[in-house]
Design a protein around this ligand. Structure first.
Ligand code: 2P0
Length: 329
């Protein structure tokens, strides 16, 4: 980048829902996870980010959902730290204007950091003149937030844990996504008290953490076969079991904690009730927050939505399909 101002680049990234969870790091500074994870990129929740570098700026200017962040905000710091990585890679000192907009409810277990850092990685690297492959973008997005590693790609995505910066990245493993639907059942939009980062640290103190890694490895093999054979029921059953195993490490940590609230438990029970008493093939998964995501096939979506609206406000139910990977606008 030789001119005063770089090109202005806008990128859009979708968020993703982990069916095999990323939970635990073996290297905190490089975001190397303890286990491989697998997700479905969603079409509903996304981040759109515009970046331009300018040698005339004294510091980064970051506009987050229409509001300029103060340099004292945590979000400002994490975005600037990420931009520093890009500047180092491109050997350029210019500061940037970043304008980012989310349709993801912030910090409520919807991994807004996944789409956020994926969009930032794509827009900022292109704006500064780096021409990175999606694999390289995936490695870069990982340095902002682990789950962002997967949001570079669409469809079903596996993040290979690896053991170094170069070996820890994601790839699309299947676009066999026509029949799967995810219904987000929103019971809270308020920020969580324990960040994922902190939660992962605490969970590592659980005596069952080593078991979690073994189970996740086994679940990954089974779910990949289920994806190949388009077996939504098996995908749902494995994802549900995997989520419960992840959350088991929170309640058994040396300082126990949980992301569940009362509505989380009610919703889990309702989904089990639909399964047992209506013979519907619906399953749940839960991230580091209280909201529940229901997994089902498109054939049963209408029936399931009819029953869900008897219990939940329609405004709190969001149906998502599989979404695409990074796009430049
Ligand atoms: C996941 N989660 O696989 C798991 C499941 C939450 C539960 O990735 O510390 O915001 O920035 O790497 O990516 C959320 O954690 O954590 C997450 P950092 P991140 O989607």
């Amino acid at each position: 980048m030789n001119e005063t101002n770089s090109k202005k680049i806008t990128a859009k990234a979708n968020t993703n829902i982990a069916l095999i969870k990323y939970w635990g790091k073996k290297d905190e500074s490089l975001f190397i996870p303890t286990n491989d994870s697998l997700s479905l990129t969603l079409d509903e929740f996304y981040t759109q980010t515009t970046v331009q570098f300018s040698s005339q700026l004294k510091q980064d200017k970051i506009i987050f959902d229409g509001k300029e962040l103060s340099s004292k905000d945590n979000q400002y710091e994490s975005i600037t730290n990420f931009l520093n990585l890009i500047r180092k890679k491109a050997n350029c000192n210019s500061k940037a204007i970043v304008d980012t907009k989310n349709t993801v409810p912030n910090s409520a277990g919807f991994a807004s950091s996944a789409s956020g850092f994926a969009a930032l990685a794509a827009a900022s690297s292109k704006a500064i003149g780096l021409n990175l492959s999606n694999t390289e973008l995936s490695k870069l997005a990982r340095r902002g937030s682990g789950s962002a590693t997967r949001s570079i790609f669409g469809g079903f995505v596996q993040w290979h844990a690896g053991n170094s910066d170069q070996t820890s990245y994601a790839e699309n493993i299947s676009n066999n996504t026509n029949n799967i639907r995810i219904i987000s059942i929103i019971n809270s939009k308020s920020p969580k008290k324990i960040s994922s980062r902190q939660g992962m640290r605490l969970s590592k103190t659980s005596p069952i953490f080593p078991m979690w890694i073994k189970v996740a490895k086994k679940n990954l093999q089974t779910i990949k076969k289920a994806i190949q054979s388009d077996n939504i029921n098996l995908i749902g059953a494995i994802a549900e079991y995997n989520a419960l195993c992840m959350h088991a490490t929170t309640v058994t940590a040396q300082k126990p904690f949980t992301y569940f609230n009362k509505s989380t438990i009610d919703t889990i029970n309702y989904i089990i009730h639909l399964r047992n008493n209506f013979n519907l093939h619906c399953y749940f998964t839960i991230d580091a927050g209280p909201n529940v995501k229901l997994i089902c096939s498109k054939n049963e979506l209408e029936l399931i939505m009819d029953l869900l609206t008897k219990k939940f406000d329609l405004n709190n139910l969001v149906v998502a399909h599989s979404g695409s990977g990074i796009k430049y606008l």
